[in-house]
Design a protein around this ligand. Structure first.
Ligand code: SF4
Length: 230
């Protein structure tokens, strides 16, 4: 994709999403960190249901550490892989207390040293909690970047580095949200909603016209008079 097309791509996404935000509910960096750790292979909605009950009781490293693994499990049982996640969240809470004065660290190195925190989670926390222009590449961002020709890459790291290089600077801070929300609600994995896509123009997906037509077909059929069909 050419730089001019990329500029247009982000301009259109920014127009469609004037105030893009994480769909995880949180009020502090620690709440965000825990929510992101819990969200691995789970939906944001599912995580929010659990944290709405958990955070009024325990929303600091000290309170989560006091809750312990079994106590925490009781709140997050509805989330996939909850046993491993409970262990990680209690362990990372203890490390925050011991090494970081109970605060969430602001460097990638310190974040990635926490149990259950990988590159993607660190990128989300750095971007959403601390306003850094990092690029968390999840399944949605990976798909959109490759399918549209925006920033093709063989693996998440390749896509992340490419996106950081080619995204116009003024869109960098929000780019992760634009792409994740676009992938989650419009550029769907199985049947992308090309007919109502805000970036239909600059998108370089070869089959975009086919998907757009498929969406139109039932609407045309519905307009035929009763008793007739094609
Ligand atoms: S036109 Fe289709 S494939 Fe391209 S970004 Fe939009 S939804 Fe995705």
């Amino acid at each position: 994709m050419t730089p001019a097309k990329r500029e247009e791509f982000f301009r259109l996404l920014a127009r469609a999403m004037p105030d893009p935000k994480s769909e995880l509910e949180y009020t502090t960096p620690f709440e965000l960190l825990v929510a992101v750790v819990l969200s691995a292979q789970a939906t944001d909605k599912g995580v929010n249901v659990a944290t709405r009950k958990l955070y009024p009781v325990a929303n600091t490293p000290a309170k989560i550490a006091a809750l312990g693994v079994e106590g925490l499990e009781g709140y997050i049982k509805t989330i996939g892989l909850y046993r491993g996640k409970a262990k990680n969240v209690v362990a990372l809470s203890k490390i925050l207390l011991e090494k970081h004065g109970g605060e969430v660290p602001r460097t990638r190195e310190d974040l990635e040293a926490l149990p259950g925190v990988g590159r993607k989670t660190a990128n989300v926390v750095l971007n959403v909690a601390f306003g850094e222009s990092t690029m968390a590449v999840d399944t949605h961002v990976f798909r959109v970047a490759n399918r549209t020709g925006l920033a093709p890459g063989k693996n998440p790291l390749e896509v992340e580095l490419k996106l950081l290089k080619v995204t116009p600077p003024r869109y960098l801070l929000n780019a992760h949200h634009y792409l994740i929300l676009h992938g989650r609600y419009t550029c769907l994995a199985k049947k992308p909603l090309c007919a109502k896509c805000p970036v239909f123009g600059p998108c370089e997906f070869k089959e975009k016209k086919k998907y757009a037509k498929e969406a139109e077909a039932p609407a045309k059929k519905a307009k035929l008079p009763k008793g007739r069909d094609v």
